[in-house]
Design a protein around this ligand. Structure first.
Ligand code: KIV
Ligand code: NA
Length: 267
């Protein structure tokens, strides 16, 4: 299992850190086998897997449930887990809830926003911490790109520096201009993990459902590396046709009693 300092070493060596979300054990197992460095169990589980309308609906119990599943599927992978909406309003609340997520199998706790005091509290208590600025889904009901004006960009750069000074281990930069992400990546010690933030981050993250082509919506920041949604839909449609036509199951899918048992059964 790699540690936060291994990832900091990767940044210093200029080696890209590959991060991907997962929410269940089989997907986590596939990601580990494919060489992903870090799995993010994000609150994106809500809209991608649980059928919620917004990240705000995700509960701490939801997060613990899915982190535990991912941990069972990928026992040796470094896992970052999201503290969901309204579970870190105070340091005390954040510490208690972070403990629930590490208890479920997370190695590192992520939360949204420029809150260096919260980083200090979590680090002091021994947690690895991943910050998240730019688009903050929990705090912005309208999901727009961030840091497009000089003033907004300067604020994000300051926020990133303050979180770094507080000791963050990683920072996600979501939907910020590529040149700003490049500058933040250069200025701070912690590895930056970009999404929709250009190529000049220390690592990249995507939502696995987007990458695999399960999500219906197309996002500008995403690249569809697969068509799993279509493959699954085709497989289900073929099953429906076969059952209705009596073509499934076939003889070999079942099994039989021994003849004497069957005879005794009929008697
Ligand atoms: O919840 C999530 O998947 C995230 C990523 C978009 C960074 O926070
Ligand atoms: Na998230």
């Amino acid at each position: 299992m790699k540690s936060a300092s291994d990832f900091a070493d990767m940044k210093r060596r200029g080696e890209k850190i590959v991060v991907l979300t997962a929410y269940d054990a089989p997907t986590a197992r596939l990601e580990a086998a494919a060489g992903v460095d870090i799995i993010l169990v994000g609150d994106s589980v809500g809209v991608n897997v649980l059928g919620y309308g917004h990240e705000r609906e995700v509960t701490l119990a939801d997060m613990a449930h899915h982190i535990a599943a991912v941990r069972r599927g990928a026992p040796d992978i470094y896992i970052i887990g999201d503290l969901p909406y309204a579970t870190y309003d105070t340091s005390e609340q954040a510490l208690a809830n972070a403990k629930v997520l590490t208890g479920a199998g997370a190695d590192c706790i992520k939360f949204e926003g420029a809150q260096p005091e919260l980083v200090r509290a979590l680090k002091t208590a021994g947690f690895d911490v991943c910050c998240h600025i730019g688009l903050e889904s929990q705090h912005q009901l309208e999901k727009r790109r961030q840091g497009k004006t000089a003033e907004a960009a300067r604020k994000l750069l300051e926020d990133a520096a303050a979180l770094d000074a507080a000791g963050q281990d990683f920072i996600v930069l979501e939907l910020v201009p590529s040149e700003l992400a490049e500058r933040i990546s250069r200025d701070i010690a912690a590895p930056t993990i970009g999404i929709g933030a250009g190529a000049d981050n220390d690592g990249q993250v995507l939502v696995v459902n987007d990458l695999a082509g399960i999500t219906e919506r197309e996002f500008k920041h995403n690249h569809r590396y697969g068509a799993i949604g279509k493959a699954l839909g085709d497989a289900v449609a073929a099953y429906v046709r076969d059952v209705r036509a009596g073509a499934f199951p076939r003889e070999e899918h079942g099994f039989h009693m021994a003849e004497d048992e069957y005879a005794a059964f009929l008697r």
